[in-house]
Design a protein around this ligand. Structure first.
Ligand code: IVH
Length: 699
């Protein structure tokens, strides 16, 4: 890299170079930290930075508060470096009753095509109430410890985890070259109580429960503080493994135990739903004497080849489930009912309560679900009510304690007929059969400020654009002050601030550093994964999974928009969206509604001037079926229908329900009828189920 000698620069030229260089460095930082895809060598990057610093040394007036020289290393506003998980860290689905536990087992059998009497084993073990962590060992040495984060990327807490006595720094015995051990960091109840006592004496922060205490202790910037905290670790799972030391869940746990980890002694191998439930009851009996908090029992299919076949749906494995303990209950007085307006206008009644402790947590607000529920339970302001809380689920009002209703008769609750925020009429949608939807909505749409704020919150949230520093509170404030009205406004904040429109540093709660960090985290999100972007738009019925489906199917935002914006009812475009596997009429209609709405068109145009959604990488793109549209038809003999779909998904193929010009491949089993005929007419390649296995490299 060649630069002009500094002493030959005029102040004006120096300023211009400084600005350009700053932008260039910021871009490289983004590629490096954000995308994990640097485009220059470390040496070249260092040269750019040195030049930048030299300019500032020679021209001190360039040394503005937001100079890059004030930032070091990782993304500025983050406490810890980010760590991408080689294999995503998933969560678990829940069941709350014996019946649902039986259904889980039946579902697994159905997916695998196993008869009722075919043997199928599960492990059953306590669900530890802590925080999960992934520990990466290379050649037996601990090299990285990461928190779960959003499941795909967590925080690098290696130095802190090294201080936990239960975590081996080196694995014992023969270990795979690469092994990620996963499990729960937690704190014993007695240790938690003693820690809180010490904290109180020292005038330091008190933790609400052992889980918070474990999380707070792990996320200390100074690892020597973590070292003094009594953290523990149970291993119960794994991520990447260069080879597998066992063929079963139980076998893997035994391996982890021999490698030096603590595994839970209450893990049991069960051979039926009844046996699993019996073990659940046994663990529940011991719950209070275990010494640490648990909130249920986890059931996992024992055979790892079955686990592999079952795979995942959305963020949870099909082969495991958490059987939660019953919710805890308490009674308190209902003081008021507030109405919250959601991002799609849904009105949710929220109970404001006299504070009460339920399962170790102080509850002041609880959901009342909807108008019908209030009516059915005849809940009135002033009533004594039963509150229930199950794990991390939002507390809810279960029923009224009628004996405690004050004698001077309380008036019946009337659900508002106008939106409490924008005064638009409240409407109740009806479905095709004319039945009224339980949800009442504000009909104000884009004029309702509450809906606008909720949409912005959703846009910035963790699974969407994930803009650090723009939390709910900040968004409410910025919206109220008129600084941010639409998502695009977020990306022009810095420019407008520099143009002197406002000075955030003068606002309460915003210092120079926090403003600088906020601008930096906004900048980082100008490039964003397509699925996150689609999810962030807050289209009705488009959650994370559907957003991923749309992103995968279309590949780029332009392609999605081109089709969706002409997807009127009955059109070929609507049909295409409809045919995406997992997407049906209702979702296709919601997508079309969004893109056909003129206001949204404008907001999107403005947003796309600021943000570049990145094309989706084809999944498993070395698979010969990746990116292809596949139709399964006839009776399959080796795969159940669900499994066929799941496999296609895994190999990056799209499954469609009907044969059209866009179909690339038809997998036909015996008895295939009209779809096969149509494929032959259109000259589409037809293969057998066996050939499908060969093509996808499974045999
Ligand atoms: S297995 C792919 N086993 O529960 C499945 N999770 O609600 C990975 N957890 O994020 C999880 N005890 O933090 C598993 N014995 C156990 C567990 C357990 C606690 C946590 C874990 C997970 C969360 C899901």
């Amino acid at each position: 890299m060649k630069f002009k000698p500094i002493d030959q620069l005029s102040p004006k030229v120096a300023r211009a170079e400084h600005t350009l260089l700053g932008a260039e460095i910021a871009e490289h930082d983004r590629r490096y930290y954000q995308d994990d895809a640097p485009t220059i060598s470390d040496a070249d990057y260092d040269a750019l930075r040195r030049r930048y610093e030299a300019l500032e040394a020679a021209f001190p007036e360039l040394h503005a508060p937001d100079s890059l020289t004030k930032k070091v290393g990782a993304a500025p506003s983050q406490k810890f470096a980010k760590a991408k998980h080689a294999v995503p860290m998933l969560s678990l689905g829940n069941v709350f009753s014996d019946e649902e536990a039986h259904e889980f087992v039946a579902r697994v059998r159905r997916f695998l095509g196993l008869k009722d009497d075919a043997p199928l084993a599960f492990t059953a073990e306590p669900k530890i109430d802590g925080l999960s962590c992934s520990l990466r060992y290379e050649q037996g040495e601990l090299v990285l410890a990461a928190t779960r984060g959003d499941g795909f990327e967590g925080e690098d807490v290696t130095a802190n985890v090294r201080t936990i006595a239960d975590v081996p720094h080196r694995l014992k015995g023969d270990a795979p070259a690469v092994l990620e051990a996963r499990g729960e960091v937690y704190m014993n109840r007695a240790d938690f109580a003693a820690l809180n006592e010490r904290q109180a004496e020292a005038g330091k922060m008190i933790y609400a429960n052992p889980r918070n205490s474990a999380a707070g202790s792990l996320r200390q910037i100074d690892a020597s503080v973590t070292a003094q905290r009594p953290l523990r670790f149970f291993a119960y799972a794994w991520g990447e493994a260069s080879d597998m030391p066992a063929k079963t869940q139980k076998g893997m746990l035994d391996f982890l135990h021999h490698a030096g980890f603590v595994t839970n002694r209450l893990t049991k191998l069960c051979h039926s739903a009844d046996e699993m439930i019996a073990h659940y009851r046994a663990i529940e009996q011991q719950r209070s004497s275990l010494g640490y908090d648990i909130d249920g029992v986890v059931y996992k299919v024992d055979d790892l080849s079955y686990q592999q076949r079952l795979g995942f749906v959305s963020r949870a494995p099909r082969w495991a489930v958490a059987h939660k303990f019953p919710a805890e209950r308490a009674t308190t007085v209902l003081r008021a009912i507030d109405i919250q307006v959601g991002r799609t206008g849904a009105l949710t009644p929220v109970a404001r309560l006299d504070p009460v402790t339920v399962g170790g947590v102080v509850v002041q607000n609880a959901t009342l679900h909807n108008a019908d529920e209030i009516e059915r339970k005849d809940i009135r302001v002033g009533d004594t009510v039963v509150i229930q809380r199950a794990g991390d689920v939002i507390p809810q009002v279960v029923e009224v304690v009628l004996e405690k209703r004050p004698t001077d008769e309380l008036p019946k609750y009337k659900f508002p007929t106008r939106c409490p925020r924008c005064d638009s009429a409240v409407v109740q949608e009806t479905d095709d059969d004319g039945a009224a939807d339980v949800v009442r909505r504000c009909s104000g749409g884009l004029i309702c400020p509450a809906q606008a704020v909720e949409r912005l919150k959703h846009f910035c949230s963790r699974l969407a654009m994930d803009i650090e520093g723009l939390g709910d509170r900040q968004i409410e404030l910025f919206h109220e002050k008129g600084l941010i009205k639409t998502p695009a406004d977020i990306f022009t904040l810095q420019k407008r601030s520099e143009a002197g429109e406002f000075d955030l540093t003068q606002w309460e709660g915003f210092g120079e550093t926090s403003v600088r960090n906020l601008f930096a985290s906004i900048e980082q999100r100008r490039r964003i994964a397509l699925n996150r972007f689609v999810y962030a738009l807050g289209i009705r019925r488009i959650g994370e999974t559907n957003a991923r489906r749309l992103a995968r199917h279309f590949g780029t935002f332009e392609a999605l928009r081109a089709v969706a914006s002409k997807a009127t009812e009955g059109s070929e475009a609507r049909e295409e969206i409809n045919n995406i596997d997992g997407v049906g009429d209702v979702v296709a209609e919601a997508v079309a509604d969004f893109f056909l709405e003129e206001h949204n068109e404008k907001a999107l145009d403005a947003l796309l001037r600021e943000v570049a959604p990145q094309p989706m990488e084809a999944v498993a793109n070395d698979s010969p079926v990746a990116g292809k549209t596949v139709v399964f038809t006839g009776s399959l003999e080796r795969l159940t229908r669900d499994e066929a779909k799941a496999q296609a998904d895994r190999f990056g193929a799209k499954v469609s329900g009907s044969v059209s010009k866009k179909t690339d491949l038809v997998v036909a089993g015996p008895g295939a009828g009209s779809k096969l005929t149509k494929a032959q007419e259109l000259g589409i390649e037809v293969i057998s189920e066996d050939e499908w296995f060969r093509r996808t490299g499974q045999e």
